[in-house]
Design a protein. Structure first.
Length: 258
């Protein structure tokens, strides 16, 4: 009987040790972060192939505050949500606009960037806003907010809407006169237009103010709570303002809590 008791006790201790080890491993798990590294200045590859940018600096700061280990992986925009769904990614930070449609399928942190759409055209263009693009060839990134806005204005199946996999490709087409205009997020469009002196940007007052958020699988509340806590700490200690100034040479706007 004593031997049986010793066996049961030993088995119990082994099970407890195994569970404790498993919990420790889970807590120390390196989280895989997906970001499309064609989205300068938010995420792009530097000459040594390291992924850098505003999004990268933000998620590193948030993870440090939240006590999370992360690895940022270059993931094409067109497959980034599928990779999150199938578990290849634990979270996504890639200039993803928070909207009601996406919130039906994914969970978002509080905002980490204030955005709006911006139009890029040739410097001699007379375009003053979105409505002036009727009948013109307009480039957008597939599935982006720019795509949504052009689709609402001109019809989703309009042959004048040209869809591409990344903003650099859209801008290249515009520079080569394959497009009359490009619509995209203000940070990226303004940055790319500065690289090509023949382009200018046009703002439209009808474009609503939007926000980017970090994305996790729907229902992953534990990770979402940690990210929100880390983000709140980054905003509170001045890190957010420093990172924003570094990449946009401007004072950071005040972001809403939710």
């Amino acid at each position: 009987m004593k031997l049986l008791h010793k066996f049961v006790a030993s088995a119990g201790l082994l099970t407890l040790a195994t569970l404790t080890s498993g919990m420790a491993q889970a807590q120390n798990k390196e989280l895989v972060v997906g970001s499309s590294a064609t989205y300068r200045p938010f995420a792009y590859e530097n000459p040594t192939k390291e992924i850098v940018g505003y999004d990268v600096d933000m998620i590193k700061a948030v993870a440090q505050k939240a006590g999370l280990k992360i690895k940022v992986v270059n993931t094409p925009w067109t497959g980034i949500f599928a990779a999150l769904n199938n578990g290849d990614l634990d979270l996504v930070i890639s200039g993803v606009t928070i909207n009601d449609k996406r919130k039906q399928s994914y969970d978002f942190t509080s905002p980490y960037f204030e955005a709006r759409q911006l139009i890029a055209v040739q410097k001699d263009s007379t375009v003053k806003g979105l409505k002036d693009l009727a009948g013109k060839k307009v480039g957008v990134v597939t599935g982006s907010t720019g795509d949504d806005m052009a689709s609402r204005e001109f019809g989703k199946t309009s042959p004048d809407i040209r869809r591409f996999e990344s903003t650099p490709v859209v801008i290249s087409e515009l520079v080569a006169n394959g497009l009359d205009a490009a619509i995209g997020d203000n940070g990226v469009i303004a940055f790319r237009a500065q690289e090509h002196k023949q382009l200018k940007t046009v703002s439209d007052a009808s474009f609503p103010k939007e926000y980017f958020g970090i994305v996790v699988k729907q229902g992953n509340k534990a990770l979402l709570d940690k990210l929100n806590a880390g983000l709140a700490a980054v905003k509170a200690d001045g890190s957010y303002a420093q990172i924003y100034k570094k990449w946009f040479q401007a004072d950071a706007p005040v972001l809403p809590a939710q």
